[in-house]
Write a protein that binds this ligand. Structure first.
Ligand code: FES
Length: 138
C-alpha cells in the first residue's frame, strides 16, 4: 500500500466539489487504460473565469485527492491560469505523491484541460491545448 501524505489523505476523506454540473459549459473526461480509473471534470465559465468546477472520479485514493485539489486550485481562475495547473504542481500541492501514483496527477490536469477544450470548442474558438497524453481516452 502506498504511503500518502496527510494532505492526500485529507482530500481523499473529504473531497471538495464532488458532483456534476447539469448545465456545464465544458466537460472533460479522461481515463487510464492501465489502472482503469476514470475522471470527469465539469466547468462553468463566467467572463473567462471558472465560476464553478466539479468532478466525478471512479478511481484510487490518489485520483480522488487529485480531483479534489485540482477543483480547488482551478476555482475562480481565468482559463489561462487554469491551463497552467500541471501534474507537478498538483503533486506539490498534495505534499507529494508516491512514484507509482504520479499518473493520477496527470489525469487531473488532463481532465481539467479537456473540459476547457470542450468549452472553447462549443464557443467556436480554436483549441490549442498541449496536454494530450497517452493516458487520455478519446
Ligand atoms: Fe490510476 Fe490512481 S491508480 S489514477
Amino acid at each position: 500500500m502506498p504511503v500518502y501524505s496527510e494532505k492526500v489523505m485529507e482530500h481523499f476523506m473529504n473531497p471538495r466539489n464532488v458532483g456534476e454540473i447539469e448545465d456545464a459549459d465544458g466537460i472533460g473526461e479522461v481515463g487510464n487504460p492501465v489502472c482503469g480509473d476514470m475522471m470527469t471534470f465539469y466547468i462553468k465559465v463566467d467572463d473567462n473565469h471558472l465560476s464553478d468546477v466539479k468532478f466525478k472520479t471512479f478511481g484510487c485514493g490518489a485520483a480522488i485527492a487529485v480531483s479534489s485539489i485540482v477543483s480547488e486550485m482551478a476555482m475562480g481562475n481565468t482559463l489561462e491560469e487554469a491551463r497552467k495547473i500541471t501534474p507537478a504542481l498538483v503533486a506539490e500541492q498534495l505534499e507529494g505523491l508516491p512514484k507509482n501514483k504520479y499518473h493520477c496527477s496527470n489525469l487531473g490536469a488532463q481532465a481539467l484541460n479537456k473540459a476547457i477544450d470542450d468549452y472553447l470548442k462549443k464557443q467556436g474558438k480554436k483549441v490549442k491545448s498541449k496536454r494530450r497524453g497517452k493516458n487520455e481516452k478519446e
